[in-house]
Write a protein that binds this ligand. Structure first.
Ligand SMILES: Nc1nc2c(ncn2[C@@H]2O[C@@H]3COP(=O)(O)O[C@H]4[C@@H](O)[C@H](n5cnc6c(=O)[nH]c(N)nc65)O[C@@H]4COP(=O)(O)O[C@H]3[C@H]2O)c(=O)[nH]1
Length: 864
């Protein structure tokens, strides 16, 4: 039995009634059929008449009937296993109803039911028409046997049975045909739905290669409307413009051979390029060959594969051409994949790398930490780590790299590590060089101030813990400036390098020698028991320094002044200790150099005063606390005032006036002399102009120039600018320079003086006689005047030597056409002496002390 036979009886009745209605089996139709068969009441009576007769033969009839039917194997299959019992039962019912004489609605419905059933089980009309034939023959035989002697009754019965059986056959056949038609329609509908709903596209092509139909999926794939083929059959190559597909379709049409996996690529309109894989089958319809083209949309798959290929290609290129080394490692560290940059970094070929383990490239000292990190990755505690470290190259040299190691899983779930390795060797070298530069002195290679302070701090911390002492030595070379000026900077540098070497070799590894700048060095001696240890080292250093050295063919004996501060006695931090050592060094210098001094509190006070003054001087400029006094310069012959010397005065707010002798050396040392001197020059020039403008006779103004002012800046250019600014006549300006300034750098001095003289400015040598230069050596300088120092004038009348010197200076100066001015003339006797010996001019208390500008104006007005 098929599943169809198991349908609900109520549904089955409805089906049967529905069919009856569809084929129009109403009462009129039944009556018409009966009339056509001439089945009338006489037949009904004839059938009833043989009922009993036939009933008695029912079993024998049934045996023969089924023996015949079931002798046909196809029929046995169609009827199904165990059908005989069920059929015998049905047949018995039919056999009874056949002669029951009631052929109304129930009888007819039963006939229709049989027709539907036969159609459902696929029992073709040939089978049941054959069965009806057997039925009739058997009945005929039974009736013949029983009614042989009653021909009328026999004929009437046979006639009636023939009519009713034909009536039944008509009903069954009509029902069968109708059910078949219904079923066909249903099947077609079902098929259409399946085809329409299937996830593959289908296009049916006729023998002339024109598409006759296609399902919705195919219409979707082609971007065509669903009803595209309703109007006309479209040629296949127009519907799907793909030559390969059309050619293969032609082949299949000709040979009948199925074609699979035919790729077609076409424009799917809005969806872009479509990739469809077709299977082509040849079939027949209505005798004509036709093709079924079943297409599977593989666009997504294809694009995904292309994307995958693309990303694989991208990865491969990126991997191979990356500017960083990339290595894929197995969980045991074996190199599974690597790129050319990695080969370049490590100096191995790619093949050599593949045979190795990552651990083999590590530095011994990194190994433990690195393995611990990889352990962390393996345990999932971290997902990646980044480190800067060294890897060992093939030639055994280390290379600095920055490595990022990340954990990943391959397609099989195996743990892998991916290392991205960046070569930072150059960067590290640059960093190291920078670090060296930041911490070391370029000339000597010694630690610089920064590194020294760091070492000093460490030494202090260590000494603090161990209850030991630290000595800080400040070393300044004696007369270094002299070497530099007389032998040149190269010789100076050579001396510094040699000193650095001598200091370094005199000390222990744990000591630090640093160059503080210029000719200053600092030595840190950590871990000392006491002051005596430091004194011993200082003596040794001085001894080693004071060894002869030949510089530019000249033998030099370097010596230094050492100041020593002790931790913790003199200070507990590096800044204080360095300051103390610096003060102590000045102490040594003050005693003539080539010696060492320990710091004392008195030095501290001096240093403090030094600092205080420095700050105060700086503020003095801003607060305009400076002023100029002027001392007249008098012609000894006539007694007239020919000029004035400008002398600087500092009048701090609400405090006593400070002597220039007290602050000029400090201003020199700190460099403040430059802006202060500039102010003096400008003020004096302005004053000169102011007096002239006030109607007074034009006076020569002399201005003192300090060593730093004269040698350190472009004084000529500055004077030129100020002359222009103030309108002062250069011929009324004298610049005074001390003898020692000239001798410090004669070459530079000659050049500067030449430029000044060229402007018309006069130059005078101040404090003459205090230095050691001979008058002859002054010849090469463009000088106008010599000022005899006050110290000679002072004892002139008591000391025969001084008188002789002054006399000689005047005579010689005159022989060199120089003007001579005597300073500090206090007495009449001094003045007389100078007058007698032909001194040209003088200045001193005997005529006037330095006075404010108004004092000079009054003096000039009185004289006029
Ligand atoms: N005992 C005595 N002294 C006399 C007599 N006549 C003048 N003096 C003093 O002798 C100094 C002369 O100046 P100097 O030798 O250039 O010595 C100057 C000069 O070297 C320096 N100085 C002063 N003003 C300036 C300046 O503007 N620039 C620079 N660079 N140095 C200056 O300060 C030094 C001292 O200046 P002052 O204290 O003004 O001292 C002045 C002046 O007051 C006298 O008859 N008896």
């Amino acid at each position: 039995m098929t599943s169809q036979h198991r349908s609900n009886p109520a549904d089955f009745h409805l089906l049967v009634d529905g069919i009856a209605l569809e084929i129009g089996l109403d009462a009129d139709e039944i009556a018409a059929r009966k009339a056509y068969l001439e089945l009338d009441d006489a037949d009904v009576a004839a059938l009833r008449d043989v009922r009993e007769l036939l009933e008695s033969q029912r079993h024998a009839f049934s045996d023969r009937f089924y023996a015949h039917l079931l002798s046909f194997p196809q029929l046995r299959i169609l009827l199904g296993a165990g059908a005989e019992t069920r059929l015998r039962h049905l047949q018995a019912a039919y056999f009874s109803s056949l002669t029951a004489g009631d052929y109304g609605q129930d009888y007819i419905r039963e006939r229709l039911r049989v027709g539907v059933t036969h159609q459902r089980i696929g029992l073709d009309p040939k089978w049941y028409i054959g069965a009806y034939r057997k039925y009739l023959s058997e009945l005929h035989d039974i009736l013949w046997q029983r009614l042989q002697g009653q021909p009328e009754r026999f004929r009437a019965a046979v006639e009636a049975i023939l009519k009713i059986v034909c009536f039944d056959m008509g009903l069954a056949l009509d029902t069968y045909a109708h059910a078949d038609q219904r079923s066909n329609l249903q099947n077609q509908n079902y098929l259409e739905q399946v085809i329409d709903g299937m996830p593959a596209g289908l296009v049916v092509v006729d023998s002339e290669l024109r598409a006759c139909s296609m399902n919705r999926m195919m219409a979707d794939l082609l971007g065509a409307p669903d009803d595209a083929l309703q109007e006309r059959r479209i040629p296949l190559d127009e519907l799907i413009p793909c030559t390969e597909l059309v050619n293969r379709a032609i082949e299949t049409l000709a040979s009948g051979a199925a074609q699979d996996h035919v790729m077609a690529t076409f424009d799917g309109r809005a969806d872009g390029v479509r990739y469809v894989e077709f299977n082509i089958r040849r079939t027949r319809k209505d005798g004509a060959p036709m093709l079924l083209l079943i297409g599977q949309d593989i666009t997504f798959r294809r694009k995904a594969r292309m994307r995958l290929q693309e990303s694989e290609e991208f990865f491969r290129l990126t991997f191979n051409q990356a500017a960083v080394g990339i290595v894929l490692l197995g969980s045991d560290g074996r190199v599974l994949r690597t790129n050319s940059k990695m080969s370049h970094i490590l100096g191995y070929t790619e093949v050599e790398l593949l045979a190795r383990f990552y651990q083999q490239f590590m530095c011994e000292e990194d190994l433990a930490e690195e393995l611990a990190l990889i352990g962390g990755l393996k345990a999932g505690e971290i997902t990646e780590y980044q480190r800067e470290k060294r890897l060992m190259r093939r030639d055994g040299s280390p290379v600095w790299v920055s490595v990022t190691v990340s954990s990943m899983r391959d397609a099989n779930g195996n743990q892998r590590f991916i290392c991205v390795v960046k070569d930072i060797q150059r960067q590290k070298q640059a960093e190291e060089a920078l670090l060296r530069m930041a911490n070391h002195d370029a000339l000597t290679g010694l630690p610089n101030r920064v590194l020294m302070q760091d070492r000093l701090r460490q030494a202090i911390m260590h000494a603090h813990r161990t209850k030991r002492q630290v000595a800080v030595m400040f070393i300044d070379l004696d007369r270094f400036k002299h070497v530099n000026d007389s032998l040149g900077h190269d010789a100076g540098d050579q001396l510094i390098v040699e000193i650095a070497r001598r200091l370094s070799t005199s000390l222990r590894e744990s000591d630090t020698v640093a160059r503080q700048g210029g000719d200053e060095f600092v030595v840190v001696l950590p871990d000392l028991a006491g002051e005596e240890d430091a004194a011993k080292v200082a003596r040794k250093l001085l001894g080693n320094l004071f060894q002869p050295l030949v510089l530019r063919g000249q033998e030099v004996f370097p010596s230094g002044s050492i100041g020593i501060a002790m931790y913790p006695r003199d200070g507990e931090d590096s800044t204080t200790l360095l300051k103390c050592a610096d003060s102590a060094m000045y102490g040594s210098k003050g005693q003539g150099g080539n010696d060492y001094s320990f710091y004392t509190a008195a030095m501290g006070a001096q240093a403090y005063e030094h600092l205080r003054m420095e700050g105060a001087l700086q503020r003095a400029l801003q607060r305009e606390e400076f002023l100029l006094h002027y001392q007249p310069v008098v012609d000894i012959e006539t007694g007239t005032v020919t000029g004035v010397e400008a002398l600087l005065r500092w009048q701090p707010h609400e405090r006593e006036m400070v002597s220039p002798a007290d602050f000029i050396p400090l201003a020199e040392e700190t460099g403040l002399i430059v802006p202060i001197g500039d102010w003096v020059l400008a003020t004096a020039m302005k004053q000169q102009v102011a007096w002239v403008e006030a109607g007074l006779p034009s006076l020569r103004v002399s201005v003192n120039l300090s060593a730093r002012q004269f040698l350190g800046q472009d004084v000529a250019q500055r004077v030129r600018a100020l002359l222009a600014e103030t309108g002062c006549d250069p011929a009324c300006l004298t610049l005074e320079i001390t003898e020692s300034v000239l001798m410090e750098n004669p070459a530079a001095a000659t050049e500067t003086m030449g430029r000044l003289a060229a402007m018309g400015v006069q130059l005078a040598i101040d404090d003459f006689g205090t230095g050691y230069s001979s008058l002859a050596s002054l010849k090469r300088f463009p000088i106008h005047s010599l000022k005899i120092d006050r110290s000679f004038v002072m004892d002139l009348t008591q000391d025969a030597d001084d008188a002789a010197i002054v006399n000689a200076v005047i005579a010689l100066a005159h022989s060199m056409k120089l003007n001579v001015i005597a300073e500090g003339v206090e007495t009449r006797e001094q003045l007389d002496f100078l007058q007698q010996h032909g001194c040209d001019q003088m200045q001193g208390f005997c005529f006037s002390r330095p006075v404010a500008p108004q004092g000079i104006a009054a003096m000039l007005r009185r004289a006029a």
